[in-house]
Design a protein around this ligand. Structure first.
Ligand SMILES: Cc1cc2nc3c(=O)[nH]c(=O)nc-3n(C[C@H](O)[C@H](O)[C@H](O)COP(=O)(O)OP(=O)(O)OC[C@H]3O[C@@H](n4cnc5c(N)ncnc54)[C@H](O)[C@@H]3O)c2cc1C
Length: 328
């Protein structure tokens, strides 16, 4: 690959694009600025490129699943590493000359006469007729010593992504109060040997009843650390009481938006902090601003992000076709 350059350590190959000149400050007028180059943003860029739309995709290379080694549940790409997947997707986009990529953060977007004015950390500025926010979310890891080294390999947040791999293995559910207990009950569908860990917090009588009903033990002592080697969890150490040998820990601690651009633009959010969209078009409460992927906090999977990116791109292209008299 002659135009390949490497991003940060361990990140997928970048593709140089015809306007992607580092340190150059550009002011441009384009059809769509896509903020975020994960599965949602790349999928939208692909469809818009195939519609000959002038697109700038900006990405600051912090994809949500970067700690993971394998994507599960993605038809045709089962087990592919996230970085290989992104590398292939970026490579596919090089075919579309109307699509450019810049490895930078979009700091600001404001409504302007002819659309939206955007400003990037590398000095790029421009006007886009439409905005697509595909900025993703950030998971809040449990505050336990040793978690970061195991995260993505044997410490997980998503049963749909990683639950299948632990059938028949001993696992733990982590969450304060009833959250860990509720997660443990759900995990029982995937795994037989589940222990709930509430990390020094009490659970309600109702949650205790459900644990008992499903034969799930509770460890409520504060956790001192999790231990393992090469990403593989071996045991949970408590501040008091015996260690617990486990192959994996699933947690329920929450997440937040990776970018405040939707808030700056005034897009409506729901109770969970997800951006509210029109389900047919992925357009937000701000006309001309669309979202795709985890930003809406609906189904948080790569397959859903790809689908939402494609859906938003089709809606954006339809809006241009209408504007230009190519359809009614
Ligand atoms: C550890 C882990 C394992 C997972 N495993 C699976 C799995 O096995 N199967 C599955 O289907 N899903 C899995 N997921 C979920 C999956 O990662 C997400 O659903 C998917 O990445 C969502 O895609 P996205 O494009 O919406 O967001 P992301 O992939 O997070 O991409 C968003 C991009 O936007 C960029 N960005 C944010 N703000 C800005 C800004 N202001 N300017 C420029 N760029 C910006 C970020 O740097 C990032 O590159 C996993 C998640 C985690 C955390």
């Amino acid at each position: 690959m002659s135009n390949e350059r490497r991003g940060a350590r361990g990140s997928p190959p970048r593709q140089a694009s015809h306007i992607n000149c580092e340190r150059e400050v550009l002011a441009m007028k384009i059809d769509v600025v896509i903020v975020g180059g994960g599965p949602a943003g790349l999928s939208a860029a692909l469809i818009l490129g195939r519609c000959h739309r002038q697109v700038l995709l900006c990405d600051d290379e912090q994809p949500r699943n970067r700690a993971s080694h394998a994507i599960h549940g993605l038809l045709g790409r089962e087990g592919r590493s996230p970085s290989a997947f992104l590398g292939e997707a970026r490579q596919e986009l090089t075919r579309y000359k109307s699509v450019s990529i810049r490895w930078t953060r979009v700091n600001d977007i404001t409504p302007a006469d002819e659309g939206f004015e955007f400003t990037c950390a590398d000095g790029t500025t421009g006007i886009a007729s439409k905005v697509l926010l595909a900025t993703g979310i950030v998971d809040e890891l449990p505050e336990i010593a040793g978690v970061e080294a195991l995260y993505g390999v044997s410490v997980h947040h998503c049963l749909y992504c990683d639950g299948f791999e632990y059938a028949g293995k001993p696992v733990a559910a982590f969450g304060k109060g009833d959250e860990g207990a509720d997660l443990a009950v759900m995990m029982k569908h995937w795994m037989a040997d589940v222990v709930a860990c509430s990390d020094g917090t009490e659970i309600s009588a109702d949650a205790a009843r459900k644990l008992k009903q499903h034969g799930i033990p509770l460890r409520n002592e504060p956790i001192a650390s999790v231990e393992g080697a090469e990403g593989v969890l071996t045991k949970i150490r408590f501040k008091s009481g015996p260690d617990l040998d486990r192959a994996a820990l699933f947690f329920s601690t929450g997440c937040h938006q990776a970018s405040d651009l939707s808030e700056l633009l005034g897009c409506k959010r729901d109770r969970k902090g997800g951006v509210v969209t029109d389900s047919a078009t992925e357009e937000t409460s701000v006309p001309g601003v669309y979202v795709a992927g985890d930003v809406s906090r609906d189904v948080l999977l790569v397959a859903a992000a790809i689908a939402e990116g494609a859906k938003a791109a089709v809606a954006i292209n339809k809006a241009f076709l209408l504007r230009d008299g190519f359809c009614e």
